[in-house]
Design a protein around this ligand. Sequence first.
Ligand code: ADP
Ligand code: ZN
Length: 604
Amino acid sequence: MLAQPLDVLSRVFGYTAFRGQQADIIDHLIAGGDSLVLMPTGGGKSLCYQIPALCRDGTAVVVSPLIALMQDQVEALRQLGVRAAALNSTVPFPEAIRIEEALRAGELDLIYVAPERLLTEGFLKLLGACRLALFAIDEAHCVSQWGHDFRPEYLQLAMLHERFPTVPRIALTATADGPTRAEIVERLRLGEGRVFVAGFDRPNIRYRVVARASARQQLLDFIRRDHAGDAGIVYCLTRAKVEETADWLSQQGLTALPYHAGLAAEVRARHQMRFIKEEGVIVVATIAFGMGIDKPDVRFVAHLDLPKSLEAYYQETGRAGRDGLPAEAFMVYGAGDAAKLRQLIEGSDAPDRQKRIEHQKLDALLGFCETTDCRRQVLLRYFGEQHGPCGNCDVCLEPVASFDGTEAAQKALSAVYRTGQRFGMGHVIDVLLGGDTERIRNLGHDRLSTYGIGAELSRRTWQSVFRQLVAMGLLVSDTAGHGGLSLGADCRAVLKGERRIKLRHDPADDRRAKSRTAGARVAGAVSFVEPGDAALFQALRARRRALAQAQGVPPYVIFHDTTLAEIVRHKPRDLEGFARISGVGEAKLARYGLDFVAVVVENS
Ligand code: ADP
Ligand code: ZN
C-alpha cells in the first residue's frame, strides 16, 4: 500500500499541515496529472514534488540547472532519511557510476540531475529501463528565451513528454509574469496540465528604502541596529564598489566577503561555501551572486545601488527570509542614482525600442522608491496583484507626509533655468535660499528673479525636492560632467501650472531618531525568541553548528531556525515532547533528539 501525503508530511518532514495549494498540487501529481506551479520563493515548492516522489512508485527525476542548490537539497533529504542523489558535472566519475547503478536497481526515491546530463542518449536509455515516479522541472522560467536566465537545454525538455508519455511532469518557478507563463506552458508542452498560481506576496519581508546620505554608514547602522550576527547579502553595481564595501565592513568587525565575476572561480566558490556553511556571514556582491542559493536564513538583503528593474529587485530581495521568519529588504536611494542609470541606458547602443522599455522599467523602480503609498502595494500592483496596506514596510510603519509640491517644483525649475542649466543642486539651492556665497556674488546670481524666493523651505527639504524632480524626469542631471542640472522634457506643464506635483516629505532626519526607539523591529536572529530564552537559543545554535561541522553540511540542513525557535518555545525535556516539534520527523528524532533535549535540560 502506498503512503498517504499527509502521513509522509508528518513522518518524514515533521510538519503537521500543508500550506496554501500544496495539498491540491500534490494530489494532482500523484494522480498522474501534469502541472505548472508558480509560487514565490519560500512558498514551499520542493514539497510539491518531494512528497509525490515518496508516495508514487519508482524514482522521481528532478531537473535543476543550479548545482549548489541541487547538492543542498540532496543533503537535506538525506538528513530526513530519504534516498536521494545528484548527478552533475561536479560528481566524480566513480561516484556517478555508483549512483547510476542505484538508479537502475530502483534504490533511489529522488535523483537530481542537470539538464545537459539528463538529455544525453545514454542517460535517457537508462531512464527508459527504470520505473519513474515523475519528472520535476525546477526553475522552469529558464525555458523562456526572453528571460535573463535562459538555458538552451531547457528547450529540449519538451521531449520528455514524447519519450515518457505516462510519467507525470511538474514544472516550478518563482519568477513568471503572464507572457513567461504562457511561454513555459507552450515550450514544455504542458497545455493539457493545470496551472497553480500562488500569490506573490512575501509578508515576512519588511521593505525599507532610505534617502542616501552616507550609504556605507547607513548600511552599517542598519546591520548593527537590526541584524547583528545575521547572514545577509549586500548588492552593489560595480566590482570596485563590492571590494571597497566588503573591506570596509570587515574593518568595522563584520564578517563580509566580496563576490563578483572578476574573482577567481575558487575564491568565489570559497566565499559562497562560507556563506552557506557558516552563520552570520555577509556577502557583498554584484548581481552575479544568489541565484541557486537555497539558504533559508538570509535575514537581510541590502541594495547600495539601484537594481535594474522591479523584477530584478523582487528576485534579489526574495532571497531573504525563505524560512518564513522576519527578514528585511533595505535600499539606499538617491536621485543621482537614477540619473546615472538613465545615462547608462542612453549611452548603450541598444535599439530605441529597448531603451524605451528600460526607461519605463526604471521609472517603475523610481516610483517604488519615491512612493507615498505602501511599498508592498506598489510592488505587488506591478506584478498584477491588488493588496491593502501591509503594515510591514517603512511607509506603513512610519507614514511619510506628502505635500502639494507644485509651487516648490516651479521655483526649483525656474531657478535651474535662470542660472543657465549648468549648475548642480548645491548652487541652485544657495540661490533659492538667498545665500551669500562667493560664487553667487561673482556670477551676479543675487540679481536673478529667483534669488531668495525659497526661504520657506530648509536646505534639506530642497535637496529632497530636487531629488524627486530628478527621479520624475523633470530635471536632468549631467552625471558625466559635474552633475549640472538642466530642464527635462516634461517640465513645461509644471511651469505653466497645468500639472500639479505631489512630493514626499523627506523624513530622513526625524526617522533616524525614531527608529532607534521603535519597538517592533527585527533585532538579529535572537529576536525570534523571548529575551529570557536568548541563552537557550544560542546554546541550541551552538549544538547545531557542532553537529553540522562534524558532517561537513550547512547548519540549516540539521534544523532550520524556525525549528530551533519552536524548541525554545516548547522546551521539550524528553523525546516524546521533542517529536511534536514542527520540523522534527522520524529520522531527525532518532538522529538528533537526544542531543537537543540535553541542551534544553542543561539550559532551562
Ligand atoms: P521554495 O522552493 O518555494 O523557495 P521551499 O520548498 O524551500 O520553498 O520551502 C521553504 C520553507 O518552508 C522550507 O523551510 C520548508 O521546509 C518550509 N515548508 C514548506 N512547506 C511546509 C509546510 N507545509 N509546513 C511547514 N513548513 C513548510
Ligand atoms: Zn506597507
